[in-house]
Write a new protein. Structure first.
Length: 393
């Protein structure tokens, strides 16, 4: 038997789950199809910074309770270079905006719990292999679940299935334009059972490469090191990681990096990617399915949230007024914000990392840019506004 729903959502990561929650609150029915099992989705380690706008929406849709209890509010970041440091104060430079440290995995757990308690159907282990009929009135999703082939027909299909997802391929090849940059370095990310050595995140530029000190709780630190592409985490002993972090964070004064047991190690590639448009007929893309940013600046999750906020608003407008005006504007509305975040993430990445092929001239430009941020409230405000997040519109 063929089932029908208003909105078929492919992918149960943060984008798909938040969209399902927002649609549920507007009385729009949907089905979420997630290829992985629940355990996997709830365990995978991802980013940890939520912008003001993302937090506002999580709260207003009922997913803010644990975030407000356990999330850490941050009013700035510290930049380090040439053994000196400079704090960028977000509320002072942005008219009161701030960010929260609360891991993506925790957001996902909270949204799954809400969805299973009173939301629309959420199927784990549902492998979508085709999205057909994007330019018809009834696009169809074909998937395999519990060993059986199934079909879901929809008014709209939303691809929240990430960079490797199948939804993008429902757009005709000739209608798509992609933009891409791959960086000549990766991040080695660790979790460690040790209290953070800082109150706010530290982004460090050093001749040895970039390092980032983040955190997950008052007892757990999250740290990242720039490493060459193709690095095997097994080549990095705990001692080697801590020694390298210590060298890259070195600063004048009596700051000290506390060490502790490393509980997880993984290498993350760095990529910028955008596909345009984000809509074809009745199939729309959101989050990593449409765009990837390198992690420096923590925009990925927030950008995915902004897409689905715009989309939920557009679908609610259609339901209430019968007008597709907001839906028709979806791709252009999102892409303006996407390109801003692409630029900011590229800027943070290229200003703070050491490209193995870079010249002394390139390094001097990086230092000059960091000096400028320290010297000028205008330059610092540009960073702060982008980091804390622009209005969603
Ligand atoms: C984290 C990740 C980022 O990419 C970043 O810029 C800041 C923090 C994190 O995982 O905590």
């Amino acid at each position: 038997m063929q089932h029908h729903t208003t909105v078929g959502i492919i992918g149960g990561g943060p984008a798909g789950l938040l969209l399902a929650r927002l649609l549920h609150n507007h009385g729009i029915d949907c089905v979420v199809l997630e290829s992985r099992e629940r355990d996997y989705v709830e365990q995978r380690q991802r980013a940890g910074i939520l912008e003001q706008g993302t937090v506002d929406v999580l709260r207003s849709c009922g997913a803010g309770e644990r975030l407000d209890r356990e999330g850490l509010v941050h009013d700035g970041i510290e930049l380090r270079w040439n053994r000196r440091s400079h704090r960028v104060d977000f509320p002072a430079l942005t008219g009161g905006r701030r960010v929260w440290v609360y891991a993506q995995t925790e957001v996902v757990k909270d949204l799954i719990a809400l969805q299973l308690a009173d939301g629309a159907p959420l199927l784990f282990g549902a492998h979508v292999h085709a999205v057909e009929g994007a330019d018809t009135d009834r696009p169809v999703v074909r998937y395999r679940h519990e060993g059986r082939e199934k079909t879901l027909s929809c008014d709209y299909v939303i691809g929240c299935d990430g960079f490797h997802g199948v939804t993008r391929s429902a757009f005709p090849e000739q209608a798509r334009r992609t933009y891409e940059r791959v960086y000549p370095f990766s991040w080695l990310g660790i979790l460690a059972d040790v209290a953070p050595s800082c109150e706010e995140l530290i982004y460090a530029h050093s001749p040895r490469g970039f390092a980032l000190h983040s955190m997950r709780s008052p007892e757990v630190s999250r740290l990242y090191l720039q490493v060459p592409n193709g690095t095997d985490p097994a080549d990095w002993s705990d001692e080697r990681i801590w020694d390298e972090l210590e060298a890259r964070f070195a600063v004048d004064g009596d700051w000290k990096l506390e060490r502790g047991p490393v509980t997880s190690k993984a290498v993350l590639p760095m990529r910028s990617f955008v596909t345009e448009p984000m809509r074809w007929g009745r199939v729309l893309l959101a989050g990593d399915a449409a765009h990837i940013v390198p992690p420096t600046g923590a925009k990925g999750l927030n950008l995915a949230a902004a897409d689905v906020i715009v989309l939920a608003r557009a679908l609610a407008h259609l339901k209430e007024t019968g007008s597709t005006a907001l839906l028709d504007a979806y791709s252009d509305t999102c892409l303006r914000r996407v390109w801003r975040a692409e630029h900011f993430s590229w800027f943070m990445t290229t200003t703070l990392h050491t490209d193995p092929a870079q010249s002394d001239f390139d390094t001097r430009l990086q230092i000059s840019q960091l000096d400028r941020i320290a010297a000028s409230p205008h330059a610092a405000a540009e960073l702060a506004e982008n980091y804390a997040g622009l209005e969603i519109g």
